[in-house]
Design a protein around this ligand. Structure first.
Ligand code: ATP
Ligand code: MG
Length: 658
């Protein structure tokens, strides 16, 4: 049965709602797909719900063909489960907590690894029960710091989350096989939804584990930065993206430095020859100028010097610790309150000075990896708060690499682009001061005591610790150049390993009667984001409204009788039932009839706004010639559409939908 517009609820808006910044948010509100109830909370109105359900149906089909079976877990989860894995703290304020009438604490699930692990632990005790891949489509809750862009980042959203359990990584039934099946299913899901997407290598984030990929829809409004090699053989998100080999000064290649803990042998492209200092080390008074930009402005205004960020060293102070981030935070709080000056430097706890060029940003994931090359057991590498740093004489905003000289148990990690000899301005390690002509050899290397926290000769490490920027060399080392784009993350697949099964101590019996913690993968799709990303993408909208791809359009066909009575009414209903009878490939042909008593102009504007792929207009003039007007919303049959004999109408619509 076709839907009559007047019976549905489609509150279209002419004006762009003030709070909506990005096209998808504006259009989802204006086309009456969603309605805001509160910050990050949205009702789905009939059109929005239909699209959401279509995306879900595609997901369900593809999950089934990847061998995943559907379950449904409660959104309300005992907090105790998240405590078992430490995710109550790892998720921090993003976790919604609820106290029940007995005072017991629950969480509103942000994802369900713990719940499914418990389920598998209780029901799959033997290797014969595995592998299993289970999934659900369930409401997820996250108390996002900044809910925005409508359903792109809301506090309550629909996620498809799948989880797989294995006794092996490789081989038949292993994690790698299922990971690939999920990966392939994701490709089919996003293609079928008409989404232009790219897959990128990604860090595993708070969820932990080793390998992961994200599925990104390129869009200028995306919150993620992705990098792609122009050779087309490498793509990664900015958190993960590696940089190809870069040259740095040969002065860093002696005994007390250690290079290239990253994946790329720096030697393969050689080193830069040593050079003399650019001048005497000179202190400059830079009052109230802690930041790179502040210093540049100050130099210009007060010294008449044009200083470039590329000539500044950015030195950030981190603490490395064997403890968890939460414990480190508590330690700092305790020390701030109790023992301001007495701190013991130990192998388990040391400072890291991370140095990058002024125009670059430290990548904390890479830095952590580098620190782990010094001590593999380090759990936390946390940026120090200014007041904590001050207790150890690091004056944040004015720290220079030579701060390491007087702090014998401080490690220096320098990005290759900063490990070159040139004119440098750096912090002076004195409040409101910087230094000019900083020279790595004269002002640092020659003065360092040659041992680190372990007594080794590697207090200085030169390795990639910065975010990739446009124009960097590809890590494939094939002459490729990396370029940046913005993207919306619609899906994410992870190889988790035994993180959860170990933390929750669930085991599986193996054929030799030993037991193991099953190995896990997890796979998420943001269903609401599929809709928003589809609209946000290149061909998903134009100046008049949404342009749906047929698979996830609320309806495939809109019939617009100029007046819904007499012959036009009969024909509208007849065409609708003929179209519906044609269902099959590409799925059901569902029809919306605009039966409203509105002016044609209003009807056409609304039709463009809600973006139904094909519109059939029934007007008196054409009907007199036994014709109807058919117009594809994506413009594929011209800006004005075409006049088609009534008898050909259904066939023509089917052609346009394919
Ligand atoms: P983000 O980095 O955007 O915050 P995430 O990496 O935390 O997302 P995952 O834990 O990987 O998200 O969740 C799986 C999927 O759920 C994401 O790929 C995304 O499509 C979707 N998603 C995550 N957070 C939100 C949100 N606040 N609103 C809507 N969808 C979301
Ligand atoms: Mg993610």
């Amino acid at each position: 049965m076709p839907t009559l517009w007047s019976q549905s609820l489609i509150p279209t808006l002419r004006e762009v709602p003030a709070e909506a910044e990005v096209p998808s948010h504006q259009l989802m509100l204006r086309a009456g797909l969603i309605r805001k109830l509160g910050a990050g909370m949205y009702s789905y109105l009939p059109l929005g719900l239909r699209s959401l359900q279509k995306a879900m149906a595609i997901i369900r089909e593809e999950m089934a063909s990847a061998g995943a079976v559907e379950v449904l877990m409660p959104a309300l989860v005992p907090l105790e489960l998240y405590k078992q894995t430490g995710r109550d703290e790892a998720y921090g304020d993003n976790l919604f907590r609820v106290k029940d009438r007995h005072g017991r604490e629950q969480a509103l699930g942000p994802t369900h690894e713990e719940v499914i692990t418990e389920m598998i632990g209780a029901t799959c005790g033997s290797y014969r029960d595995l592998p299993k891949t289970l999934y659900q489509i369930q409401t997820k809750f996250r108390d996002e710091f900044r809910p925005r862009f409508g359903v792109l980042r809301s506090r309550e959203f629909q996620m498809k989350d799948a989880y797989s359990f294995h006794t092996a990584v490789d081989g038949e039934g292993g994690l790698n096989e299922t990971y690939q099946k999920q990966y392939d299913a994701y490709c089919r899901i996003f293609s079928r939804c008409g989404l232009p997407y790219v897959t990128v290598e990604a860090e595993s984030g708070p969820i932990g584990g080793s390998a992961s990929h994200e599925f990104m829809v390129p869009s200028p409004t995306g919150e993620d930065t992705i990098l792609e090699s122009d050779k087309g053989n490498y793509a990664a998100n900015v958190e993960k993206c590696e940089i190809g080999p870069r040259k740095f000064s040969e002065i860093f290649t002696n005994a007390h430095t250690l290079q290239g803990v990253g994946t790329h042998a720096q030697e393969s492209i050689g080193v830069l020859p040593a050079a003399p200092p650019t001048g005497e080390l000179e202190q400059v008074h830079t009052p109230g100028c802690p930041g790179i930009e502040d210093v540049i402005t100050f130099f210009k205004k007060n010294l008449g010097t044009k200083l470039k960020p590329q000539n500044m060293l950015k030195t950030l102070v981190f603490e490395a610790s064997l403890k968890s981030p939460e414990e480190v935070k508590k330690e700092h709080e305790f020390e701030a309150a109790h023992t301001p000056d007495e701190r013991q430097f130990v192998n388990e706890r040391f400072f890291v000075l991370a140095v990058v060029r002024g125009d670059h940003d430290v990548n904390e994931g890479k830095l952590k990896q580098a620190v782990r090359a010094i001590n593999p057991d380090i759990q936390t590498v946390a940026l120090m708060e200014p007041h904590d740093a001050l207790r150890h004489d690091f004056i944040i905003g004015f720290v220079g690499p030579h701060a390491a000289i007087n702090e014998p148990l401080t490690q220096l990690i320098i990005d290759p682009d900063a490990a070159v000899e040139q004119f440098w301005v750096a912090g002076a390690n004195e409040k409101d001061h910087h230094v000019k002509h900083f020279n790595w050899k004269r002002d640092l290397l020659d003065k360092l005591t040659n041992h680190d926290v372990k007594g080794n000769d590697d207090r200085v490490l030169v390795t990639d610790i910065r975010n990739t920027v446009d124009g960097d060399p590809s890590p494939k080392n094939d002459g490729g150049v990396l370029h940046t784009r913005k993207g919306i993350e619609v899906g994410h697949v992870f190889k988790l390993g035994d993180k959860y099964s170990k933390a929750m101590n669930i085991t599986t019996l193996l054929p030799d009667n030993s037991r193991m913690h099953p190995i896990m993968g997890c796979y998420g799709i943001g269903v609401n984001r599929i809709l928003a990303a589809a609209i946000e993408s290149d061909k998903g909208h134009d100046e008049n409204g949404i342009v749906w791809s047929p698979a996830i359009a609320p309806y495939r066909v809109l019939i617009t009788p100029i007046k819904f009575d007499g012959r036009a009414k009969d024909l509208a209903l007849k065409l609708a039932s003929e179209l519906e009878a044609r269902g099959g490939n590409p799925g059901p042909i569902d029809v919306l009839i605009d039966d409203r008593d509105e002016r044609p102009g209003v009807k056409f504007k609304d039709a463009d706004l809600i973006g139904i792929p094909v519109r059939i207009t029934l007007g008196d003039k054409a009907l007199a010639e036994d014709k109807v007007e058919i117009k594809a919303r994506n413009g594929s049959n011209g800006p004005k559409g075409e006049l088609v004999p009534i008898t050909d109408a259904v066939n023509r619509v089917m052609e346009l939908l394919h």
